[in-house]
Design a protein around this ligand. Structure first.
Ligand SMILES: Cc1ncc(COP(=O)(O)O)c(C=O)c1O
Length: 378
């Protein structure tokens, strides 16, 4: 036997809710994955990759033709230059990029600020590296960052601050004023670094997505992580990338090369071909239609709908329906009413329960209609 490095980690709620949904034949709006078909052009490029025999290792940092295609997309989207050679590394999904960035910078005893409700892979990566997660709360129910609280918490011991924008699970997006507050903070603390998880950058419904990349003094000290799983609706491919300045990238790659060495070459080839021929700007409109379709159908339900500005998730407040805790309510919604959702308390280290559940609207229209009709019966 040996001591567990993550003694409090059990089976995730995503696995539990998906299993419960399957057992009860419920519509599964819990886990964040699309149920619609991918663009046939992408499938065609996978076939092309295989017929071109693109099946051996890729370079450690990723195919340079894919990194160049990413750099060109960023130039078109944000009008900034990212060096594909020194600043971009292709990873096996954003999860690996996040783990690698945290491992590259967090030393034992370093403090890392993250905001609850938080995506589930940040805190374990900090703990494994013997860092200390400092959980601050986004302000309910608008879920904005309380910068006064952040300013009070940051000390010389704070090594990293983790942002997620657009934000899973709340659907909020950072505003220019957030970046200005962050700029002030990093100016006061020169050793403070940033990990900005921007996997939903193409899914923002009003205005263009603002990234730390858009702010030179933030970009100079940031690791920024992305996921083709989210952008191209292929979550099972587990492919993403990390953008960081050259010194940061060199340290990132020292970990990356021993963790995975390189990401899947066949898929890198297919995505490179696809990016060179496809405009990604329609993604937000496609998801906005799905969001609006679903929300218009549940307008007459007893749920209160919270604002959703980005991602393919939205939050429903059930406090007018039940006083149960959100985990019990989510389970009952699955078993009795046939819709699987995720309770928000699981994204808090202290299980804060505001009687809110998260639904994923990255689904076919008929899936959303079916789920909405069931939710309206409650
Ligand atoms: C906020 C956030 N970050 C990272 C990830 C992980 O992305 P990937 O599947 O590319 O590892 C997800 C996936 O749901 C996510 O929602």
């Amino acid at each position: 036997m040996f001591a567990s490095k993550l003694p409090h980690t059990g089976i995730s709620i995503f696995t539990q809710m998906s299993a419960l949904a399957a057992e009860h034949g419920a519509v599964n709006l819990s886990q964040g994955f699309p149920d619609f078909e991918i663009d046939s052009a992408l499938t065609k490029y996978v076939h092309e990759a295989l017929s071109e025999n693109q099946v051996q290792y890729a370079p450690m940092a990723g195919r340079i033709d894919l990194r160049s295609a990413i750099s060109e997309k960023i130039k078109a989207f944000r009008n900034i230059e990212i060096n594909p050679d020194s600043d971009i590394t292709i990873t096996s999904g954003a999860t690996q990029a996040i783990y690698t960035a945290i491992t590259a910078v967090v030393q034992p005893g370093d403090e890392v600020i993250l905001f609850d409700p938080a995506y589930d892979c940040y805190a374990p990566a900090i703990t494994i590296n013997q860092g200390i997660p400092i959980h601050l709360k986004l302000v309910h129910p608008t879920y904005h960052i309380n910068w006064d609280e952040v300013n009070q918490q940051v000390t010389e011991k704070t090594r990293l601050i983790i942002l997620n924008n657009p934000h899973n699970p709340t659907g909020t997006v950072l505003q220019k004023s957030d970046f200005e507050a962050l700029e002030k903070l990093v100016t006061a603390y020169p050793s403070l670094l940033i990990l900005s998880d921007e996997v939903y950058e193409y899914i923002q419904f009003e205005g263009r997505h603002l990234s730390v990349l858009d702010f030179p003094n933030l970009r100079a000290r940031s690791f920024v992580t992305y996921s083709f799983g989210k952008t191209l609706h292929v979550t099972g491919w587990k492919i993403g990338y990390c953008i960081a300045p050259p010194f940061f990238t060199a340290e990132f790659r020292k970990i990356h090369q021993y963790l995975v060495f390189c990401a899947n070459n066949t898929i890198q080839y297919a995505i490179m071909r696809y990016l060179n021929h496809t405009d990604l700007n329609g993604i937000a409109t496609m998801y906005q239609k799905k969001r609006d379709h679903f929300l218009s159908l549940i307008k007459t339900s007893r749920f209160k709908i919270l604002s959703c500005f980005g991602t393919y998730f939205c939050l429903l407040d059930f406090s007018d329906i039940s006083t149960e805790n959100d985990v019990d309510f989510a389970k009952r919604l699955t078993t009795e009413f046939g819709v699987a959702v995720i309770p928000i308390s699981v994204f808090y280290t202290d299980q804060t329960d505001h009687k809110i559940v998260r639904i994923c609207f990255a689904k076919k229209e008929e899936t959303l209609t079916n789920a909405a009709l069931k939710l309206c019966q409650i």
